[in-house]
Design a protein around this ligand. Structure first.
Ligand code: IPM
Ligand code: MG
Length: 396
């Protein structure tokens, strides 16, 4: 084995350009990393191949083994098994310690009824099935890439380094009733229901607190407590819990409409923000655009359950989607997928140091000038494979 257990003792710096570990120590050293590979559609398999190449390289360097099994999901699931989330895929995930996910959906399946489309019929049931309630989305823009952001450089002289913690299995996405019906007068009515329990709010809050403590000890809770009952409960629960358990944190509250504005005005005023499912969906897309390229943003969705190592089971995916317009050309940016693999090592396998090693290699590759088209600003760019080659070269 390499020195992988050392990573779990890594002190958590106050300002880190990535996400800190949520686990204070490793229960036991890992020999084999067992995970499911759900590459999905369009650029999904292209960038996944590169992330796996990086993982294989680092596994060789650090002397651990990979037990990675691929399965169909999304459009590939529909085409080969008749549904976006085939039973065999769920079974494979159940037998794994983590899921490395690509991205799903695209024009090929757009004519299907909304409920059968890859995004809704694969991703949401996976989240629910594994209770992946904590979605961590780092909003990271390297200083050297500030030109990629639509924000003026003077607003982000040192880039952006914030984290969105989004509740992922509650709220209006899953609340019942959820239906469309014809009323007696012939009009049509659709209903979605926003529901939150105190326990669900406390559960996501605990993840946010751990993350905030490992960074700048600043936490902003985002809600719409001037209008919504769920937000009134959200704010009261956060306020009470933090008053009791986290006097060390600077806690603030912000209405979601104001948060959307503040993100565009001065993103670094946030360090960690926590919010409910739909607000997090919207704000994290805004965060992605101010960070320049979707091709750089990773995410972790952590489960309530533990894997066979006693660490959080999780699904790790890039934020960028399937990018059908550039699929098959070998030009997609693989960095978000590679960084998602790093998050998997950190959270589901406890390999903090290895995760940092990959993150540093990506950063070094990009900042030293190897860039795919999305972050090249008109300068010569490289393809998917060459980008990953540069990352691998920097791993040592
Ligand atoms: C996301 C996506 C999903 C969501 C879609 C694809 C269902 O937008 O992960 O942010 O809304 O959660
Ligand atoms: Mg979204």
């Amino acid at each position: 084995m390499g020195d992988i257990s050392v990573g779990m003792q890594t002190p958590l710096a106050t300002t880190r350009a990535d996400l800190p570990s949520l686990m204070p120590f490793m229960p036991h050293p890992i020999q084999t990393l067992k995970f499911a590979v759900l590459a999905g559609d369009y650029i999904g398999p292209e960038v996944m191949a590169e992330a796996l190449r990086v993982l294989k390289h680092v596994a060789q360097l650090e002397n651990f083994a990979l037990d990675a099994t691929a399965a169909d999901v999304g459009g590939a699931g529909i085409d080969h098994h008749g549904k976006a989330l085939p039973d065999s895929t769920v079974k494979l995930c159940e037998q794994s310690d983590a899921i490395l996910f690509g991205s799903v959906g695209g024009p090929k399946w757009e004519k299907l009824p909304p409920k059968e489309q890859p995004e809704r019929a694969a991703l949401l049931p996976l989240r629910k099935h594994f209770t992946l309630f904590a979605n961590l989305r780092p909003g990271l823009l390297y200083r050297e890439l500030t030109d990629a952001s639509p924000l003026k450089r003077e607003r982000i002289p040192d880039g952006i380094d914030i984290v969105c913690i989004r509740e992922l299995t509650g709220g209006v996405y899953f609340g019942l009733p959820k239906e469309t019906k014809t009323l007696p007068d012939g009009d049509i009515q659709a209903v979605d229901t926003m529901v939150y329990k105190k326990s669900e709010i406390e559960r996501i809050l605990q993840v946010a607190i751990t993350t905030a403590r490992a960074r700048k000890k600043k936490l902003c809770s985002v809600d719409k407590a001037n209008v919504l009952e769920t937000s009134v409960l959200w704010r009261k629960t956060v306020t009470d819990y933090c008053a009791k358990h986290t006097p060390d944190l600077a806690l603030t509250h912000m209405y979601v409409d104001n948060a959307a504005m503040q993100l565009a005005r001065d993103p670094n005023q946030f360090d960690v923000f926590v919010t409910e499912n739909m607000f997090g969906d919207i704000l994290s897309d805004e965060m992605a655009v101010i960070c320049g390229s979707l091709g750089m943003l990773s995410s972790a969705s952590l489960g309530a359950g533990k894997n066979s190592l006693g660490l959080p089971f999780g699904l790790y995916e890039p934020a960028g989607g399937t990018a059908p317009d550039i699929a098959g050309q070998g030009i997609a940016n693989p960095c978000a997928q590679i960084l998602s693999a790093a998050l998997m090592l950190r959270y589901s396998f406890g390999l903090e140091k290895t995760a940092q090693r990959i993150e540093a290699a990506v950063r070094q590759a990009v900042t030293s000038g190897t860039r795919t088209g999305d972050i090249a600003f008109g300068k010569p760019s490289v393809g998917t494979r060459a980008m990953a080659d540069a990352v691998i070269a920097n791993l040592g």
